[in-house]
Design a protein around this ligand. Structure first.
Ligand code: ACM
Length: 697
């Protein structure tokens, strides 16, 4: 990358990168970079050296899942180390003179909720023992081993250690929405590999919505023919993915959202809808009017045959029926305005739309059960009198999860795990299905199965989806797996940086597509000025992207906002280093110099960026932001000089600067600068102006 830079800028960037490495090394020695942190870890002295004669020996029970899993593990080790392992490298016969990983499994596992995933891992200088009740536990354990791989001047090794591990929650999921934007088979597979690497065990696959119906149906072929723009999974592909997941110990729970979020379904089969037929699948984002007609017997015949067909593709006992956002602003337009539905409600003494949805769910439940499936739905299906054998997925707040537990329902938490909303990792990480301070008696805690992170796909394509899932989902996976008291944010971020790079070996694109997307934006010009800017910006949070500029399913997802990632690392490092400067006394002159170097890079960047934007029109939507970065960097530099010299220029210095920083908070091109709070802190430290309005001491 640096060959594209002019000499001076390259030197500056190198100094910044180097100094942050030094700063990191100054902190206490990290013990390990495991994620999720195991239940018990005890390091001992010594190492097990990895050589080309390393083998994996499966003792006792062997299964095809275990063998394939160990072959993959070995291939990953070869890929990381460049070692040519002797073949066959995975065997069931022990050759005593070869250094080996011995895998001892008691019985084949089943990919089902609550399966035993525990393992113990012992590394000593002579060998490695991985013992587990099931092959699935062994898969979890070998991921831990792979994360332990280390290197020094003598080569690669595993540190000697004893690990005893098991998950905190049995349901640890990632939901991928393949309806809003289709996610090809390869995207799903590489994400399954990523999930396995961090011990997630449920792929919740959101397969139908207003904007698309993504599964081939032989029984109702118009679903995929009319409902998908040709972008759907064939039944063979579904089977392939379910098998791929099974090999990795991951359940696949399909979601077909009913009775709302059904524009694509109703477009395919208008006779099942409650209002005028839609004139196509939906292109916009939001909540839409088409909704199934609960008063029509054909609706239930359709659901019966359709669920029957899907049950042949998805073996997991759980079947997700959606159920969310049927009411919109207290109304369900196509129910409210349909006279047949209104008279049906009167006849059946259904007072309102919630009652009608409950009726629908009560009709749906025996159908789901008939096909030997357990019904799960979003928290809107939590209604009085529903039988207790359904599972509630809580998305509108933890309270609905607690309420579900109190009413006797099992539940999983997704509220505050909405990774599409671009929150920083620590926001999700500290969110807990059962928080440490929860007033939640143990018998109710048992009703909580775990949680799921949700990757809604309005604003991601196959190119960018990984960058929203990873690496943040690895930290959330730790929340689901590790003991509750593993909550150190700094340590989480340290380990996350390591895991993020490891995850790339599965073909995940969250790191590498960053450079690719920046390159595309500059049309063959030097990318460095763009990178300097995008390194410190993030997409707007929450639902603001669409509020600031309406998108459709056809809008480009290749803009600066799409290249920008959650938790912009350079910005976060800068904020951390500023905090360190301001909390250390006496003033740390090395930190001061580092900050000055970084701020100088930002200050000078705009002049280059401006020229770049002349030649790359796609960048102009963030031109003002680039100018703002330079301006606030200049303020930061002035503040540093004042801090260093312990003087204040005038009583007034600070006020105008804070005003300017405030103006720079406005998002441009739906992205925002992430260094403003830190520069504000520098201004406060350098001036008489204080956040509370009080005077500096
Ligand atoms: C949802 O986010 N509508 C479940």
């Amino acid at each position: 990358m640096q060959i594209f830079l002019n000499g001076k800028r390259a030197a500056l960037l190198c100094i910044v990168a180097l100094s942050w490495t030094i700063l990191a090394a100054r902190q206490t020695e990290p013990t390990h970079s495991l994620m999720p942190v195991p239940a018990q870890v005890r390091f001992t002295n010594g190492t097990f050296r990895l050589t080309e004669s390393f083998t994996i020996v499966i003792r006792r029970t062997s299964t095809s899942r275990l063998e394939a899993g160990m072959q993959r593990a070995l291939q990953r080790l070869a890929g990381r180390t460049g070692l040519f392992f002797s073949r066959p490298a995975v065997s069931q016969n022990q050759n005593a003179d070869k250094p080996a990983l011995s895998v001892m499994v008691k019985q084949p596992g089943e990919v089902k909720l609550g399966e035993d995933e525990s393992y113990t891992l012992t590394v000593d200088a002579r060998g490695i023992l991985l013992a587990a009740q099931t092959d699935i536990g062994a898969l979890r354990g070998v991921e831990t081993l792979l994360q332990l791989l280390s290197a020094d001047k003598d080569g690669y090794y595993f540190p000697c250690v004893r690990i005893v591990d098991e998950p905190r929650f049995p349901w640890r999921g990632l939901m991928i929405d393949a309806a809003r934007h289709f996610m090809p088979v390869d995207v799903i597979k590489r994400n399954l590999d990523g999930m396995a690497a961090v011990k997630l065990n449920v792929l919740h696959w959101h397969l139908s919505d207003d904007q698309g119906f993504r599964v081939e149906s032989i029984v109702y072929p118009k679903l995929h023919e009319r409902g998908s723009d040709g972008m759907y999974y064939t039944q063979a592909q579904i089977r392939e993915i379910v098998e791929y997941a099974d090999e990795r110990g991951i359940r696949v729970v399909p979601e077909f959202d009913v009775p709302g979020h059904t524009t694509a379904l109703v477009y395919a089969y208008p006779e099942l809808g409650s209002g005028p037929p839609p004139d196509g699948i939906e292109r916009k984002w939001g909540v839409f009017d088409p909704v199934l007609n609960p008063a029509n017997e054909s609706t239930y015949e359709f659901l019966d045959r359709f669920i029957g067909e899907m049950a042949t593709l998805f073996p997991d006992p759980y079947f997700h029926i959606g159920g969310d956002e049927v009411e919109h602003g207290g109304k369900v337009k196509h129910w409210d305005t349909n006279p047949e539905i209104q008279s049906f409600m009167k006849r059946n003494e259904l007072e309102n739309n919630k009652d009608l949805q409950r009726y629908f769910n009560e009709r749906l439940l025996p159908i789901v059960k008939k096909h030997k499936r357990i019904m799960i739905g979003w928290d809107e299906i939590l209604q009085d009198n529903m039988p207790k054998d359904i599972v509630i997925q809580s998305w509108r707040g933890r309270e609905s999860m607690m309420q579900a537990a109190r009413q006797g329902f099992q539940s999983i938490l997704s509220s505050r795990y909405y990774i599409d909303l671009i929150q920083p990792t620590d926001y999700h990480y500290l969110n807990d299905s059962i928080p440490p301070d929860a007033n939640f008696p143990p018998e109710l805690q048992k009703m909580v199965l775990g949680g799921e992170t949700t990757m809604w796909a309005e604003f991601v394509s196959w190119e960018t989806v990984d960058s929203r899932i990873w690496p943040r989902t690895a930290a959330i996976a730790e929340r689901f797996w590790s003991p509750q008291n593993v909550r150190d944010i700094d340590d989480m971020y340290r380990r996350l940086n390591v895991i993020s790079l490891q995850l790339e070996e599965h073909g995940l694109t969250h790191e590498k597509n960053y450079e690719m997307m920046l390159r595309r934006l500059v049309n063959g010009n030097d990318v460095s000025a763009l990178k300097t800017l995008v390194d410190v910006i993030e997409p707007v949070k929450g639902y603001n992207r669409n509020n600031l500029r309406e998108h459709t399913s056809l809008s480009p997802l290749t803009r600066v906002i799409d290249a920008a990632r959650p938790d912009a690392r350079v910005a976060r490092n800068f904020r951390t280093v500023v905090d360190r400067l301001l909390t250390n006394t006496p003033l740390d002159l090395q930190i001061l110099a580092e900050l000055r170097t970084q701020l100088t890079v930002w200050e000078q960047n705009h002049a280059v960026f401006e020229q770049l934007a002349e030649r790359s029109p796609a960048l102009r939507e963030v031109l003002q932001l680039s100018d703002d970065l330079s301006a606030v960097a200049r303020i930061g530099l002035a503040a540093l000089s004042l801090v260093e010299n312990e003087k204040q220029e005038t009583d007034e210095w600070g006020k105008e600067q804070l005003e300017l920083i405030k103006l720079a908070r406005a998002p441009r091109g739906q992205v925002e600068l992430m260094v403003l709070s830190a520069i504000e802190k520098l201004v406060y430290a350098a001036s008489e102006v204080q956040p509370s309005g009080t005077k500096n001491k």
